[in-house]
Design a protein around this ligand. Structure first.
Ligand code: GLU
Length: 335
């Protein structure tokens, strides 16, 4: 049987880390593919960068999506992307929306460096390669996935939920897309996301900046008032509970929504925001009446990636808001 080729594109992060030259704190210094020797696939190691994931930009992700496509044109059967865990949920979701392939891009990382006791680096990379070659997964979703700790998460729903543990990632909302048993992926359900055209073909390279601000107890409006002046193209407001703010904050958000898209999410980061229950000043009906848009079940970080990618892709405000609402729908197809 032919041995498949998997391109492993390495962006840095803990999976690429080793002690610095003085032997002390960890810094990215090796390609992720170096952590694993496998005979299930021919691994094509591609060094993209040796950086912390805090350095990744949207421009870079568009270039990365094009590189992913190039790897497949050059004969790779599948592509795995490795990076730091800190922004993994955002990167993976952006790759989901860019959708360079007709099968999922698989993203992975590590919580413990390859040199640390009990490192998850080799295990996660091996699992990611297995998932990338799994036909059932390609059938289950067109979006990117995150493979960590023998679990497969849809990029749309995965969140980093712990600072240190190896089980730092969870699918909040519809649950995991799959698991790995004895090294083999088992797909548990289908996920139709994303429902948008592949944005890699529409990206204009426009520099779009979308801010995220939390709603708070006893909040003033100075930062909200400053958002448009600072040149932002949109705001995601992480609302209280079901997506609420005070009456004064709602007023400021309404003024802002006359200029740029304002989306309300929930700082609980789980569950859909409300759209038709409460009528107090600052509750969801007030926000909607002032031109704000509900993020559905998308947490603020994902809504920011989505609005940024839509505006970069040349959609005007109205189309971007409609597509955001459509994509934020959490319905999944259960097998
Ligand atoms: N802070 C680093 C990063 O996100 C390391 C975190 C990690 O990979 O777990 O790149």
């Amino acid at each position: 049987m032919r041995t498949p080729t998997v391109a492993v594109i390495s962006l840095g992060g803990t999976i690429s880390c080793g002690p610095g030259d003085d032997g002390s704190a960890l810094v990215p210094r090796t390609d992720a593919a170096d952590v694993l020797s496998t005979d299930t696939a021919r691994v094509r190691s591609v060094r993209w960068s040796l950086a912390d994931s805090s350095e990744i930009t949207f421009d870079e992700l568009v270039r990365l999506a094009r590189e992913i496509r190039r790897q497949v044109v050059d004969g790779a059967d599948a592509v795995v992307v490795t990076q730091g865990t800190d922004t993994l949920e955002e990167t993976a979701y952006a790759l989901s929306l860019l959708r360079p392939l007709d099968r999922p891009v698989v993203c992975t990382a590590a919580m413990r460096a390859p040199t640390a006791p009990g490192s998850d680096a080799a295990a996660n990379l091996g699992a990611a390669i297995a998932a990338a070659l799994e036909p059932d997964l390609a059938e289950a979703t067109a979006g990117a996935v995150v493979v960590m700790n023998d679990e497969i998460h849809s990029a749309k729903w995965v969140q980093k939920v712990h600072t240190q543990r190896v089980d730092a990632f969870a699918s909040v909302g519809p649950g995991r897309l799959g698991v790995l048993y004895e090294g083999s992926p088992r797909v548990l359900r289908r996920d139709p996301a994303p429902r948008l055209p592949a944005l890699v073909d529409r990206d204009t390279g426009r520099n779009v900046r979308v801010a995220v601000l939390p709603a708070l107890l006893d909040q003033d409006t100075a930062l909200i008032d400053a958002v448009a002046r600072a040149g932002y193209d949109g705001l995601i407001l992480e609302g209280l509970g079901g997506g609420h703010v005070s009456g004064a904050v709602a007023h400021a958000l309404g003024d802002l929504a006359r200029e740029i898209p304002v989306v309300y999410a929930s700082r609980t980061r789980a569950g859909a925001v409300l759209e038709r229950t409460y009528g107090s000043p600052g509750a969801e009906l007030d926000l909607i009446g002032r031109g704000c848009v509900a993020s559905g079940e998308l947490p603020a970080l994902k809504a920011r990636v989505l609005l940024t990618m839509l505006l970069r892709s040349g959609y005007g405000r109205g189309d971007a808001e409609t597509l955001l609402r459509h994509e934020a729908d959490a319905r999944v197809v259960v097998r």
